[in-house]
Design a protein around this ligand. Structure first.
Ligand code: FAD
Length: 302
């Protein structure tokens, strides 16, 4: 970005909402990544619209960050603008059995609201460390639950500036997929339809799932969760184990022995280390089983 563009960006969002050369390892659960050329907080739909317009007009690359729990940021960082939703775009309100959550809210906060209101159906998401926006984009799911099962509608900002409300059918949810990916829609908020339940039972389910996570997943190390998508008819972790790759490492990037489907950062892993390890895992698993693993983790930047 030129100095002029940096100045215009600062004027657009206010100096308190704009940082330059921000290390992305502070904003990703992998604790990996070079600097974002600019890192900006967006507090309203209007600001997001103005920002995306500005980036398009000035030909500046734009990336929307959720909680950084499913991305691998390159060691050379991300050129242009990395934007995230601030507090003003993270509200959670409840209307009868529906929770209306803005994109910046965390899934944990939504799950906690559901618990407090005695609403059941969102327990599956309590331990997924992402935002509502990221979860809508990924159709995040766990333990038999998935965003597609509870989302009633999603308000989005389209690239032409139009605000639309998509039904769950229009979201075209599939395994780790929604229409947000292909249409470049920015999720603003979602209506999450739940059912009245017993607070004690909801709490028990959340605790039980949290314990299962702790037992099975290497939560003691930074990661981006499951590195690979689940190939149809198989489990990625099992294929990786059968290819003899449990504990395989490139420097500090390691195939977790606790859960072979996770690549973890045991200290100072770089994106390059993780990328090389991903490539080795894909090649060896393919040689061993004929299954080509697809990364679930999204690679961003250079
Ligand atoms: C320990 C651990 C456990 C995990 N367990 C699970 C699990 O059980 N199930 C599961 O599904 N995932 C799991 N994940 C992965 C991750 O938490 C999910 O994919 C989550 O939905 C990502 O949300 P995020 O806000 O962090 O998105 P980010 O990682 O920041 O971004 C992911 C993608 O979403 C896009 N995005 C972000 N916000 C918006 C928005 N408002 N509108 C449109 N696009 C947007 C980004 O541009 C990017 O393409 C786990 C990760 C970790 C680290």
């Amino acid at each position: 970005m030129t100095d002029e563009q940096k100045k215009a960006l600062t004027e657009l969002l206010g100096a308190e909402n704009v940082r330059f050369d921000e290390p992305m390892n502070r904003h990703t659960t992998f604790r990996i990544g070079g600097n974002a050329e600019s890192f900006v907080c967006v507090q309203s739909t209007k600001e997001m619209d103005a920002l995306t317009d500005f980036c398009r007009e000035e030909d500046i690359p734009f990336f929307l960050l959720g909680k950084g729990s499913n991305i691998l940021v390159g060691d050379k960082g991300i050129p242009g603008v990395v934007a995230y939703f601030g507090e003003e775009m993270s509200s959670i309100t409840v209307k009868e059995n529906m929770i209306i959550a803005e994109a910046g809210a965390t899934l944990a906060a939504v799950a906690n609201t559901a618990l407090q209101k005695g609403l059941t159906g969102f327990e599956f998401a309590a331990g997924i460390p992402g935002s509502v926006g990221g979860a809508l984009r990924m159709n995040a799911g766990a333990y038999g639950g998935e965003m597609s099962q509870v989302v009633e509608w999603v308000r989005v900002l389209a690239p032409d500036g139009e605000i639309k409300t998509l039904t769950k059918e229009e979201m075209r949810f599939a395994y780790r997929y929604s229409i947000l990916k292909d249409m470049d829609y920015i999720a603003l908020a979602a209506g999450i339809a739940l059912e009245p339940g017993d607070e004690k039972a909801i709490r028990m389910t959340m605790l039980e799932l949290a314990n299962r996570r702790k037992e099975k997943q290497p939560l003691e190390f930074p990661s981006a969760g499951s590195t690979f998508k689940r190939p149809e008819g198989f489990f990625a972790g099992k294929l990786i184990s059968e290819a003899g790759l449990s504990g395989a490492r490139i420097h500090d990037a390691v195939v977790s022995e606790k859960h072979n489907g996770f690549i973890v950062n045991e200290g100072f892993a770089t994106a390059e280390d993780v990328k090389r390890l991903i490539d080795i895992v894909r090649r060896k698993v393919y040689e061993q089983s004929g299954v080509l693993l697809e990364p679930e983790v999204i690679m961003v930047g250079e």
